[in-house]
Design a protein around this ligand. Structure first.
Ligand code: CAA
Ligand code: FAD
Length: 386
């Protein structure tokens, strides 16, 4: 690992930074207040390669590496976390698994549309009764004589569910086999038997639309099975390893925004005749914020590097991804909390974005595996115990 970005990595960081400054930051408050889905901005991100950063050009993407993905996600999340949630699902949860396990026809049909930002993708694993315990899913796919499947069941908390055209869905094809009885399917939401619930009102990332989805006798043709029958859980877990790098990057973007606002404020705001940044108690907070932010970035870059190496040599990068996600999400929560505190009453006011950073940071400790699940993954991998 070396500490210099390549020209390509700096280039995509610059593209993301420019779009974030010109399009996303100016409308972030509006999107947070109204919860309006930022479709126009998502299209712009797609047109600039940011919806399929690691997708090869032949499937409509930018053909960049995992480090480029981290750098671009950080820039977008710094301007608005909700935009980066949509970007993260399209990039890592949707495109990744299809690129790795999909057929040539699936890559052409599904990856291209999402990578170019023409359609929105989603990833449906969670159900009302099964979140962390993902294998306890009840959504069922029953194989027919012609090789097609009929799907019935519900999925909950689906990011971009209200707007997605295509979804990677996980359903039980053989409950007697547990995790090995789960299969992944490509879903086209314009087909009969697919239904969307109401958009969930949320604490943060309010412009990222989330809803329950339901399948009633929805038919999937044999060519829309993703990977092999029974391979679905491994696909989900492998995809989530990559996804967790995206959420770590999102957390870093939120932390950076809160940290930079704080650095400005402690120099301007005065109390007892001195800038509040001159008080040792404030300085200690600044130092701890800086340490947590740098640790998050370095661990996330390490996870991205490990992903790149794994793609060349095989193996897993689950531990590196979980360490990055756990560290960066807990850092974002702590940093945004301290940033609100340091801003005093203004930190609590909607006139400044600090309270939004605080609300947005919380989700990074919950989705794509809670902090407890990241600890479980790390400790299991380190000890070999279950
Ligand atoms: N890669 C490949 N395969 C993996 C794997 C990985 N990272 N992790 C586990 N597996 C395999 C195991 O090897 C095992 O295979 P075998 O049967 O061949 O041995 C199989 O999967 C089952 O593994 P476990 O026994 O470890 O499974 P478990 O039931 O104990 O669950 C868990 C493990 C880590 C808790 C997992 O259920 C988990 O990650 N839960 C959290 C779910 C989650 O993150 N949901 C996110 C939803 S998407 C989302 O949230 C998106 C968004 O917000 C934007
Ligand atoms: P539970 O699993 O019920 O957990 C409740 C509490 O128990 C948590 O604190 C958890 O850490 C703890 N716990 C559970 N098991 C253990 C254990 N073994 N050891 C210690 N503690 C444990 N899912 C999708 O599939 N696709 C999406 O696009 C998606 N987007 C989301 C967007 C938002 C805004 C939200 C809120 C959720 C989204 N999710 C999505 C679901 C998300 O991944 C789950 O909420 C998350 O995995 C936790 O599951 P749960 O809510 O069922 O909590």
């Amino acid at each position: 690992m070396h500490f210099q970005y390549t020209e390509e990595q700096l280039m995509i960081q610059d593209v993301a930074r420019r779009i974030a400054a010109e399009k996303i930051a100016p409308s972030a408050e509006h999107h947070d207040q109204t919860g309006e889905f930022p479709l126009e901005n998502i299209r712009i991100l797609g047109e600039n390669g940011l919806m399929g950063i690691e997708v090869p050009a032949e499937y409509g993407g930018a053909g960049m590496d995992p480090i480029s993905y981290v750098l671009a996600m950080v820039e977008v999340a710094k301007a608005d976390a909700a935009h980066s949630t949509i970007m993260s699902v399209n990039n890592s949860l949707f495109c990744n698994g299809i690129l790795k396990f999909g057929s040539e026809a699936q890559k052409q049909k599904y990856v291209r549309a999402i990578a170019e930002g023409k359609e929105i993708g989603a990833f449906a694993l969670t159900e009302p009764q099964s979140g962390s315990d993902a294998t306890a899913m009840r959504c069922k796919a029953v194989k027919q004589d012609d090789g097609s499947f009929i799907i019935n069941g519900k999925k909950s908390w689906i990011t971009s569910g209200p707007v997605a055209r295509y979804i990677v869905l996980f359903a039980m094809t053989d409950a007697s086999k547990g995790a090995r009885g789960i299969t992944a399917f490509m879903i086209d939401t314009s087909k009969p038997g697919f239904h969307r619930g109401k958009t969930e009102p949320k604490l943060g990332i309010r412009a990222s639309a989330t809803c329950e989805i339901e399948f009633t006798d929805y038919r999937v043709e044999a060519e829309d099975v993703l990977g092999q029958e029974g391979e679905g859980f491994k696909i989900a877990m492998g995809v989530l390893d990559a996804g967790r790098i995206g959420i770590a990057s999102q957390a870093i973007g939120i932390s950076m925004a809160a940290y930079e606002a704080t650095l400005d404020y402690v120099k301007e705001r005065k109390a007892f005749g001195a800038p509040i940044g001159s008080f040792q108690m404030t300085q200690a907070k600044i130092a701890d914020m800086k340490c947590k932010l740098d640790a998050s970035l370095l661990l996330t870059l390490r996870a991205a590097w490990a992903k790149g190496e794994t793609e060349k040599n095989g193996g897993r990068f689950s531990t590196e991804a979980a360490v990055a996600k756990l560290t960066a999400s807990e850092a974002a929560m702590w940093i945004s909390h301290q940033a609100v505190q340091i801003h005093g009453g203004m930190g609590y006011s909607k006139e400044m974005p600090l309270e939004r950073y605080f609300r947005d940071a919380k989700i990074t400790e919950i989705y794509e595996g809670t902090s407890e699940i990241q600890r479980l993954v790390i400790a299991r991998n380190e000890t070999g115990l279950r």
